[in-house]
Design a protein around this ligand. Structure first.
Ligand SMILES: Nc1nc2c(ncn2[C@@H]2O[C@H](COP(=O)(O)OP(=O)(O)OP(=O)(O)O)[C@@H](O)[C@H]2O)c(=O)[nH]1
Length: 283
């Protein structure tokens, strides 16, 4: 009312300073901004694009299924989940909409063909090209007219699988990660960790950490923990950071352990639960 039609309101019409304070307290409304942003984001949902890369047969497709407790490969027409996970021979994109406690996530998995050794032409080229194309597409969409409905297909994270059978990184791992590290957040993983005993896992992790430093590979760095967090949270955060590169176990089958149905691997001596990587007692 004060600035109506470019004029200045009569002083009698202006609220007294104390009334103005109360008025402002009630009506400015910026205190609700976090709620508004939160509501809007939750309603719209989140996009997350995850790429998996690494040597062939290290369990990339299997882990992705285990991680998101979903069957991303259901469109492959074979009899059961285990058989459906065939060798990935080209870059394949799978999208699923998942929901957890009302929060929607549009998850896109970019499964890349596994490499076997250092080939004559770099095996990472199609993958780096793919990542670049997504950046270019996003840039084009952002510069276009329909900016509101941009589909963000940029790759947010790349899980890079390292073999548990070697003594550390192989030359192809070093070259591969170096080709990608400026373009995407790389999270290195030790695949099929059930093939190693805990002391072997510790040794392999140390070796990989040293080599990552030595070859100047830039892997994803977890953000600093806020100093005002409680001690338990800080401890969890420290443990998480110290356990990188993470050792992972994947499974496409649901087995029964201690009366519960879990995604796990059934061995003659017992069950290893894929999700938590916990060793279960022998059956
Ligand atoms: N021991 C063990 N075997 C696994 C694990 N994850 C997967 N496998 C098995 O390893 C084989 C290969 O798994 P995939 O998921 O197809 O491997 P991939 O890396 O996607 O293979 P490509 O498509 O060739 O790149 C399958 O027989 C899986 O059952 C694991 O954590 N431990």
């Amino acid at each position: 009312a004060r600035a109506q039609a470019g004029g200045v309101a009569h002083p009698d019409l202006l609220p007294s300073p104390s009334a103005l304070q109360d008025h402002e307290k009630q009506y400015v409304g910026f205190a609700t901004l976090p709620n508004q942003v939160h509501r809007k984001s939750v309603k719209k949902g989140f996009d997350f694009t995850l790429m998996v890369a690494g040597e062939s047969g290290l369990g990339k497709s299997t882990l992705v299924n285990s991680l998101f407790l979903t069957d991303l490969y259901k469109d492959r027409k074979l009899l059961n989940a285990e058989e459906r996970i065939n060798q990935t021979v080209e870059i394949v994109k799978h999208t699923v909409d998942i929901e957890e406690k009302g929060v929607k996530l549009k998850l896109t998995i970019v499964d890349t063909p596994g490499h076997c050794c250092l080939p004559p032409s770099p095996c990472w080229k199609p993958i780096t090209d793919y990542i670049d194309q997504q950046f270019e597409q996003y840039f084009r969409d952002e510069s276009g007219l329909n900016r509101k409905n941009i589909q963000d297909n940029r790759v947010h994270c790349c899980l890079y699988f390292i073999s548990p059978f070697g003594h550390g990184l192989r030359p192809v791992d070093v070259e591969f990660m170096k080709a990608l590290h400026e373009k995407v957040n790389i999270v290195p993983l030790i695949a099929k960790a059930d093939c190693l005993i805990p002391s072997e896992i510790r040794k392999l992790k140390e070796r990989i950490r040293e080599e990552i430093d030595k070859f100047g590979i830039k892997v994803y760095q977890f953000p600093e923990c806020d100093s005002d967090e409680d001690e338990e949270f800080k401890q969890q955060d420290r443990e998480l950071k110290e356990s990188a590169p993470f050792a992972v176990i994947g499974s496409n089958t649901v087995v029964e352990a201690k009366g519960q149905r879990v995604r796990g691997r059934l061995y003659p001596w017992g069950i290893v639960e894929g999700k938590r990587g916990a060793w279960e007692p022998a059956l």
